[in-house]
Design a protein around this ligand. Structure first.
Ligand code: HEC
Length: 117
């Protein structure tokens, strides 16, 4: 009887993995660098073939003019939602609201600016 109980308990402890939360830096590396570049300056591998240059996320001047809400909307609903290019894709199917909020804070770190909020 004891042994029969032990097996499921062992299986449960070994095989349930705690899903580590992705950091915004991980998500940026996975989804944003192709266009915005590894350093956020807008020089990703895609830029040769896209008509609109991706935002330089380290440009304090232009990033400071954006509120957190605007950046959130741009990431969640795509460039067109803030009257920018459709070449900036919407990420609502990929990132949760919480991950997008974290990403906005990450962009503030990249641009070393914290305005507009
Ligand atoms: C397929 C290329 C592409 C990918 C991938 C991409 N972007 Fe963009 N992004 C753009 C382009 C192009 C623009 C500029 C749009 C414009 O100026 O009209 C832009 C603009 C933005 C803006 C608006 C900045 C502003 O204030 O105008 C934000 C915020 C942004 N991107 C964040 C992200 C994040 C975060 C990711 C990853 C989750 C990402 N982008 C992935 C192409 C891309």
């Amino acid at each position: 009887m004891r042994n029969r109980l032990l097996l499921p308990v062992l299986l449960a402890t070994c095989c349930i993995q705690v899903q580590a939360k992705e950091t915004p830096a991980d998500n940026y590396k996975a989804y944003c660098v192709q266009c915005h570049g590894g350093d956020g300056k807008g020089g990703g591998v895609n830029i040769r073939d896209i008509a609109v240059v991706p935002r330089d996320h380290t440009d304090v001047k232009s990033m400071s003019g954006r509120s957190d809400e605007t950046l959130f909307k741009a990431i969640k609903e795509g460039g067109a939602s803030i009257d920018k290019s459709i070449l900036m894709p919407p990420w609502d199917a990929t990132l949760s609201d919480e991950e997008i909020k974290d990403m906005v804070q990450y962009l503030r770190v990249l641009c070393k600016c914290n305005f507009g909020s």
